[in-house]
Write a protein that binds this ligand. Structure first.
Ligand code: NAP
Ligand code: GCO
Length: 264
């Protein structure tokens, strides 16, 4: 029988205080996993813990910035000491800065690369030796449309997410022989706090031009919801995907397949 169950598994989902991370952690819990999550902001952790609890989800969360290697190593060791194993990692924590490239400071560029790319290296490096010892492991990196496409104002984000796609393939290449699968999910345009500025209503109540643009670029004709990512994430975390490695699963309502509507 195909096994999509995560019963008995322990998962760390980074940046799961809200948004995509929280939806993925929720789905993992529904599939049977014990959840650990982190974020930077203590208030977000408290709110998220209350939200998980209200849904009956067994989740523990702590403040841990994914760019802080020492803190990440301590957090991962703490989980393993407590649970005895850590089977699934989702590198989800991420930020975006929408600034034209020629106006962007190098500090801003580096911060995006640090959180969206280097941190996935830091957290994966912390869990891989343990996964090798255990003889299995699943790493899921949350990539983007910008792993494939560019657009105005997102140079740092696109550089990071393009890099994350290749880090995914490299982890798969380097550790596949230890029964570790590292895959990516490339969400399309998903309604979360990160994309809220792109969906803000105009003063006259009409849709933001970017909002209408995305709907027209998406064959599904709508923004994605965080729930749209739950099934794909459970698949990539479960034994059902044991021979899927180094793959980026785009969950984009068809954006990457589509040339766009012809002008009227
Ligand atoms: P979001 O709503 O802004 O949530 C981001 C999460 O990451 C929050 O929980 C935030 O928690 C955490 N975080 C940010 N920086 C962190 C750090 N340095 N250390 C630890 N946690 C950190 O974003 P989202 O839309 O859910 O996106 C989640 C991931 O999917 C990101 O990697 C994003 O790039 C990617 N993605 C999003 C979309 C989309 O359309 N929304 C599409 C493709 C890919 P705190 O604020 O508490 O730190
Ligand atoms: C943007 C968006 C995107 C999405 C997502 C697309 O400004 O273009 O924020 O980058 O968040 O990553 O897959």
């Amino acid at each position: 029988m195909v096994n999509f169950s995560l019963e008995g598994k322990v998962a760390l989902v980074t940046g799961a205080t809200y948004g995509i991370g929280m939806a993925i952690a929720t789905a993992f819990s529904e599939a049977g996993a014990k959840i650990y999550f982190n974020g930077r902001n203590p208030e977000h952790i408290t709110e998220a813990l209350a939200e998980y609890k209200s849904k009956g989800i067994d989740a523990e969360g702590g403040v841990c910035d994914v760019t802080d290697e020492k803190k990440v190593n301590e957090y991962v060791s703490e989980i393993i000491a407590k649970e005895g194993h850590l089977d699934i990692l989702v590198n989800n924590a991420g930020i975006i800065k929408r600034i034209p490239m020629t106006e962007m400071s190098v500090e801003d560029f580096r911060q995006v690369i640090d959180i969206d790319l280097t941190a996935a290296f830091i957290v994966s490096k912390a869990v891989v030796p343990h996964m090798i010892k255990e003889g299995h492991g699943k790493i899921i990196n949350i990539c983007s449309m910008m792993s494939e496409l560019g657009r105005e104002t997102v140079s740092a984000y696109a550089a990071a997410k393009g890099g994350l796609k290749m880090l995914t393939r490299n982890i798969a290449s380097e550790y596949g022989e230890y029964n570790i699968q590292c895959n990516g999910i490339g969400p399309g345009y998903i309604a979360t706090p990160q994309t809220a500025p792109l969906r803000e209503r105009q003063p006259d109540g009409s849709r933001h031009p970017f909002d209408s643009f995305i709907v027209s670029k998406t064959p599904a004709g709508r923004w994605g919801t965080t729930d749209d990512l739950q099934g794909p994430a459970v698949f990539l975390a479960s034994d059902a995907s044991n021979f899927v490695n180094g793959h980026i699963l785009y969950v984009d309502g068809g954006i990457l397949a589509y040339i766009g509507k012809q002008p009227k």
